[in-house]
Design a protein around this ligand. Structure first.
Ligand code: PRP
Ligand code: MN
Ligand code: MG
Length: 180
């Protein structure tokens, strides 16, 4: 698996240090507010698991599964809800956790949905931001790392459902996805 990676862009240590910092910042800002933290499946799963362990105040967690890619490499722009929240967001302080913002299609859809459902506040925290991929205006409140316009995988990010289990963020060798 690792020999399909061109290079490690962000090491496991760098990821974990940043995640620790993000967890502490959430603790400070949301202490006593019982925020609702929404993880966007499937990509945000490792980030969600690690960052929540670094939060030292009461939180509620929930998940949404949306998809605009399927197995394609290009966002269709059309976002489909595969699993909705169990919780009502009305009046809640909501934090959305994402692994990456690329075109911005997924998040801009989720932001309007959560606002429409009457959240008291909304913060977008993404581990990775790829601003060069954007086709809608969307700036996250917190971005762990800015990544170049390359095919990044690992730590939740997949190519055709593979590589999510890498503990680091890597750039995929072009020969892996060329010809597919
Ligand atoms: C990926 C990624 C983000 C989204 C970002 O999810 O995890 O959720 O795409 O791209 P965008 O800004 O262009 O919308 P995907 O839809 O592939 O589902 P997955 O998380 O299950 O892999
Ligand atoms: Mn995703
Ligand atoms: Mg995907």
């Amino acid at each position: 698996m690792h020999d399909e990676i061109e290079k490690v862009l962000i090491s496991e240590e760098e990821l974990q240090a940043k995640i620790h910092e993000i967890g502490q910042d959430i603790t400070k800002e949301y202490d006593g507010r019982f925020p609702l933290i929404i993880g966007v499946l499937k990509g945000a799963l490792p980030f969600m698991a690690d960052v929540t362990k670094r939060i030292d105040t009461h939180i509620e967690i929930d998940f949404m599964d949306v998809s605009s890619y399927g197995n394609s490499m290009v966002s269709s722009g059309e976002v489909k809800i595969i699993k909705d929240l169990d919780t009502t967001v009305e009046g809640r302080d909501v934090i959305i956790l994402e692994d990456i913002i690329d075109s911005g299609n997924t998040l801009s859809y989720l932001v309007s949905l959560i606002k429409h459902r009457g959240a008291n506040s909304l913060k977008i925290i993404t581990l990775l931001d790829k601003p060069d991929g954007r086709n809608v205006d969307l700036i996250p409140d917190v971005a762990g790392f800015t990544v170049p316009d390359e095919f990044v995988v690992g730590y939740g990010l997949d190519y055709a459902e593979k590589y999510r289990n890498l503990p680091y963020i890597g750039i995929l060798k072009p020969e892996v996805y060329k010809g597919s």
